[in-house]
Design a binder for this molecule. Structure first.
Ligand code: NAI
Ligand code: MG
Length: 497
């Protein structure tokens, strides 16, 4: 029996019916230009809500507010435990609105409501809680300058907040990416200007309301939705921003580095990937097959660490490909509010066209789709989960990030060559290994040039586990205590006694 499609709560319909504003210095304001932009429901292509379009002037105002809050406002004198308390309160508020946030996220991004409920919102809540704990645990060291200087000098380090942080986030996990950015910055005492992606600004704006409700002082968190080329570029280039954190395409990551050069602001980047997922011949196939399918198809394939290149020992190649293809063909596609749906639409027409372009290019270069290979339906931005075989190392579908539900399956015969093949892209974000042999697993893990290696699992995230990329997948790490380095300066103090 078919289950009924969920209807959005009145809090959600009420929120999207109002034009979203910018959060600057604790007030909700229109853009200086008066301009707005539309955000769309990708299941239908229809306008979901209108939002103020921030630009350079708004970024300027937000940076001024963040600077004042950092230098002279109540935030500059706040105790670490009070910062922790505010973050914990925000987590509680967010948790109390789980359904509302899950619905908003599903409408704006397209992802299934059940996924937003089970993953996006609880992971964001947990992230704020984890960094609430860190606020009171930022420490320096006492440094010994050696016996000759002992008794003559006293030297120590302190970690101080880097200052005003600009944060630019993408549309694939809009709320979660806001949490990944905001939580550590606020934990250590920075102030923030957050620019959500133009495709998905809504949950960041609703989060801004909860941030004010939690009691963060004005100017500590400013949220300026707008386009990348305008608001984003102005933030990255701003001379009074001390640090910029970016998640998105490698192409824009490089632009951010150039923009940041003007005042040499600190930069951390979490960029694209083309992650290898490797199945050895001794793997538990019953676990590896669904694992390989969800590694690529989770979030409609719009995941920076998606296991998009599946390397399979040729002895089990046909069996695994068949299994993954069967898994793919069982994925139920449709609008996110339908409880029977496993996969929603891609986020936008642009992303849909990009992914369809790769399906076409794969076909032209001689790859074969064992399942999928085309759009699904004829309305909205739905794409069939696709498994490609008969690829070669140089094909675009093997080298470039597709960011859609498209897997390339590649056989291998020599385990000694697999690390080199797996490393043969410009990226190095994540990798997966499936084997029952613990020795082979760790030996291979050590050879992979990737920031995360999952063994007999994939897409396992935890606030405590650092995440980020080698090579062109980025600079620095998010999560864990590693990210605290991105938001702090180390000061060495040396006193002659
Ligand atoms: P994008 O990199 O253009 O957008 C990400 C964020 O950067 C958005 O907030 C956007 O407004 C902002 N931005 C864009 N241009 C900017 C600029 N010149 N200065 C400052 N900020 C700017 O990514 P887009 O166009 O949405 O997607 C293109 C491809 O990027 C995807 O197909 C995918 O391959 C990759 N991507 C990777 C993500 C990741 O998690 N690593 C997330 C989103 C996209
Ligand atoms: Mg772009």
């Amino acid at each position: 029996m078919a289950t009924a499609v969920v209807q959005p709560d009145s809090s959600v319909t009420g929120f999207v019916s109002k034009t979203g504003k910018l959060l600057i210095n604790g007030k909700w304001v229109d853009a200086a230009s008066g301009k707005t932009f539309a955000t769309y429901n990708p299941a239908t292509g229809e306008v979901l809500a209108n939002v103020a379009a921030g630009d350079k002037e708004d970024i300027d105002r937000a940076v001024k507010a963040a600077r004042a809050a950092f230098e002279t406002g109540p935030w500059s004198k706040i105790s670490p435990s009070e910062r922790g308390r505010l973050l914990w309160k925000l987590a509680d508020l967010l948790e109390g609105h789980t359904e509302e946030f899950a619905q908003l996220e599903s409408l704006d991004n397209g992802k299934p409501l059940k996924v937003a409920r089970a993953a996006d919102v609880p992971l964001a809540v947990d992230h704020f809680r984890y960094y609430a704990g860190w606020a009171t645990k930022i420490e320096g060291n006492t440094i010994s300058l050696g016996l000759a200087k002992q008794g003559k000098f006293h030297a120590y380090t302190v970690r101080e907040p880097v200052g005003v942080a600009g944060q630019i986030i993408p549309w694939n996990f809009p709320l979660l990416m806001a949490a990944w950015k905001l939580a550590p910055a606020l934990s250590v005492g920075c102030t923030v200007i957050l620019k959500p992606a133009e495709q998905t600004p809504l949950t960041a704006l609703r989060l801004g309301e909860l941030i004010m409700e939690a009691g963060f002082p004005e100017g500590v968190v400013n949220i300026v939705p707008g386009f990348g080329e305008t608001a984003g570029a102005a933030l990255a280039a701003h001379p009074d921003v001390d640090k910029i954190a970016f998640t998105g395409s490698t192409e824009v990551g490089k632009l951010i580095i150039h923009a940041a050069a003007g005042n040499l602001k600190k930069v951390s980047l979490e960029l694209g990937g083309k992650s290898p997922n490797i199945i050895l011949d001794d793997a538990d196939i019953d676990a590896a097959i669904p694992g390989a399918a969800s590694a690529i198809f989770f979030n409609q394939g719009q995941t920076c660490c998606a296991g998009s290149r599946l390397f399979i020992d040729k002895k089990i190649f046909d069996k695994v490909v068949d299994g993954v293809a069967q898994n793919a063909s069982k994925i139920r596609i449709g609008q996110g509010f339908d409880p029977d749906v496993d996969m929603g639409p891609l986020v936008s027409e642009e992303q849909f066209n990009k992914v369809c372009g790769y399906l076409e290019s794969g076909k032209q270069e001689g790859a074969k789709a064992v399942t999928g290979g085309a759009r699904a339906g004829n309305r909205g931005y739905f794409v069939q989960p696709t498994v490609l075989i008969n690829t070669t190392d140089t094909m675009k579908v093997v080298q470039e990030e597709i960011f859609g539900p498209v897997l390339t399956a590649i056989p291998f015969s020599d385990i000694n060559e697999i690390a080199a093949k797996a490393n043969n892209t410009e990226y190095g974000l994540a990798a997966g290994i499936w084997t029952r042999d613990i020795k082979k697993a760790h030996a291979l893990a050590s050879k992979l040039r990737a920031g995360t290696v999952w063994i007999n699992c994939y897409n396992v995230f935890d606030a405590s586990l650092p995440f980020g990329g080698y090579k062109q997948s980025g600079w620095g790490r998010e999560m864990g205590h590693e990210v605290l380095k991105n938001y702090t300066e180390v000061k060495s103090v040396c006193a002659a006694l």
